[in-house]
Design a binder for this molecule. Structure first.
Ligand code: NAD
Length: 498
């Protein structure tokens, strides 16, 4: 084979190849001549070994005092901070988004580590007074055991950190199966934990493909909880498999996020937000702005201003200075973008900007596409209903706030939404009536912070949340404890024994 760097799975404290010996290449989506590394193409037997190691390690890890577990997380965050630039570079090479954004991705992992390290000194429970004399009662969080974590490629370090850190602080052990397109960033994250001193078997990483490595993890009977982030289609499948075993599952899935622009909005502010919301991360954020729902009285001015601004976006290799937008993650994703551009044209939407793949010079070696804007889009067109996950935004004219909110809610997803208005009443009505997990006022649909709950309604999620202290509910269960120190069986217990 080649002299490309070879990476191994981390199982039970050892770096090991896939048992089958199979591997796959990870290439740079901005330049497919650049091989990032060779990764294990793992199967069920590797997952079984990782789960066994995690199960064994759980016996001791669950008994480590939570503040001590927190110290490990704190050290890992410090290491991530020291390596931020290197890890951001690696991430831009394997994922494509520009350096400013990959630095943000690593930073989110750092923030999550510090936040969860602090939770090691809280992990608050509940105490309530008893109905009886001489009786004490409380409820505490208990860990579940081995957690199976499955992650997407668009935030290849932040999203693993949103899962691994809270799982560990609660006293669980983990097996993570990173996205096949971006294993290196998740390996880097695990390396930071290893260097921080994580005990053997507490964190295991097994790379490979969804059906052959992800699915055995979901189906393994010793995995007590699955936390999945990815597409709605795969998430529903994962959820069905979990239901068959009565397994806990947390799902974070697709989005079709709306930005409402009222006629009183500050259009200068809108411009920056709309362009960043729609084309940041090449539109490959679960929270990307993919629908701009604009009041008819300003829609023409807005469309021409967004068009002029988006035209100036520098598209190219995210490692180069001045680049603002990178490639799609792979050929398949680029094909999806091209398919939806064709659908939009056929549906009669007006192509205001872009619409073509970029192939000039070095761009021809990557999966680049022009920033693309459709105007005069109708609410029920496929480009306004289905997740595209690329640099394509639809502008939908409406006549009132009521109609805007109705259009905003009229999709199968409910992750993020935003409204631009200077009218405080409009803002509060939107905050109340937009049925999404996140609502922004005078800001784009992206920009969540890790210490508030993150997640979506409808087809985006299953009621769970990442981030905030709410994430702890995914990785722990409540245990209620009653202590009777009366020295005898009390009357109410006889009358009302549950
Ligand atoms: P995907 O569903 O194709 O893959 C996600 C993960 O699931 C990958 O690790 C993949 O290997 C694995 N997988 C695939 N098939 C599987 C199977 N049968 N069993 C078990 N695991 C399997 O999604 P993607 O293309 O990596 O990511 C893009 C999607 O993720 C978009 O829909 C986006 O909106 C969504 N996303 C959502 C959030 C959120 O928080 N709501 C965040 C980021 C991305």
């Amino acid at each position: 084979m080649s002299d490309h760097k070879v990476y191994y799975n981390y199982i039970g404290g050892e770096w090991v190849p896939a048992r089958s010996g199979k591997t796959y290449e990870n290439r740079n989506p901005a330049d497919t001549r650049d091989v990032i590394g060779i990764f294990p193409d793992s199967g069920a037997e590797d997952i079984a070994a990782a789960v066994a190691a995690a199960k064994e390690a759980y016996n001791a890890w669950r008994l480590v005092p939570a503040p001590k577990r927190g110290e490990l997380l704190y050290r890992a965050s410090q290491i991530l901070q020291e390596r931020k630039e290197q890890y951001a570079n690696d991430m831009t090479r394997e994922m494509g988004k520009v350096l400013a954004e990959t630095r943000g991705d690593v930073q989110e992992a750092i923030d999550m580590g510090y936040f969860m390290a602090g939770e090691g000194r809280r992990l608050y429970g509940v105490t309530t007074p008893s109905e009886l004399p001489n009786k004490f009662q409380m409820s505490v969080r208990q860990p579940l055991g081995v957690c199976g974590l499955i992650t997407p490629w668009n935030f290849p370090m932040a999203i693993p950190s949103w899962k691994i850190f809270p799982a560990l602080i609660c006293g669980n052990t983990v097996v993570i199966k990173p996205a096949e397109d971006t294993p290196l960033s998740t390996y880097n994250f695990v390396q930071a934990l290893v260097d921080a001193g994580v005990p053997k078997g507490v964190v295991n990483i097994v790379s490979g493909h969804g059906p052959t490595a992800g699915e055995p993890l979901v189906q393994h009977p010793d995995v007590k909880v699955i936390s999945f982030t990815g597409s709605t289609e795969v998430g529903r499948h994962v959820s069905t498999l979990c239901a068959q075993q009565g397994k806990h599952v947390s799902l974070e899935m697709g989005g079709k996020n709306p930005m409402i622009i009222m006629d009183d909005a500050d259009l200068d502010l809108v411009l920056a937000g709309a362009v960043w919301g729609a084309f940041g991360t090449t539109g490959q954020r679960c929270t990307a702005t993919s629908r701009i729902i604009a009041h008819r009285s300003i829609v023409d001015e807005l469309t021409s201003r967004i068009q002029a601004e988006a035209k100036t976006i520098q598209v190219g290799n995210g490692l180069l200075d001045g680049m603002q937008m990178g490639p799609s993650i792979n050929e398949g994703q680029l094909n999806v973008v091209e398919k939806y551009v064709k659908i939009g044209r056929e549906e009669g939407a007006e192509l205001v900007l872009g619409g073509e793949r970029l192939t000039d010079g070095d761009l021809g070696h990557g999966f680049f596409h022009q920033p693309t804007i459709f105007g005069n889009v109708k609410r029920n067109m496929r480009i306004a209903q289905e997740e595209i996950f690329g640099p394509v935004v639809s502008i939908i004219p409406v006549d009132s706030l009521e109609e805007a909110i109705d259009v905003a809610n009229d999709v199968p997803y409910g992750l993020s939404s935003s409204i631009y208005t200077r009218n405080v009443n409009n803002a509060f009505i939107a905050m109340r009536d937009l049925y999404t997990g996140i609502v922004y006022v005078n800001a784009p649909t992206i920009g969540a912070e890790i210490h508030l709950p993150f997640g979506g309604t409808k087809g985006t999620g299953n009621g769970k949340r990442e981030g905030g202290t709410q994430v702890l509910d995914t990785y722990s269960e409540w245990k209620s404890l009653y202590v009777d120190y009366s020295g005898g069986l009390q009357r109410a217990q006889i009358d009302n024994a549950e």
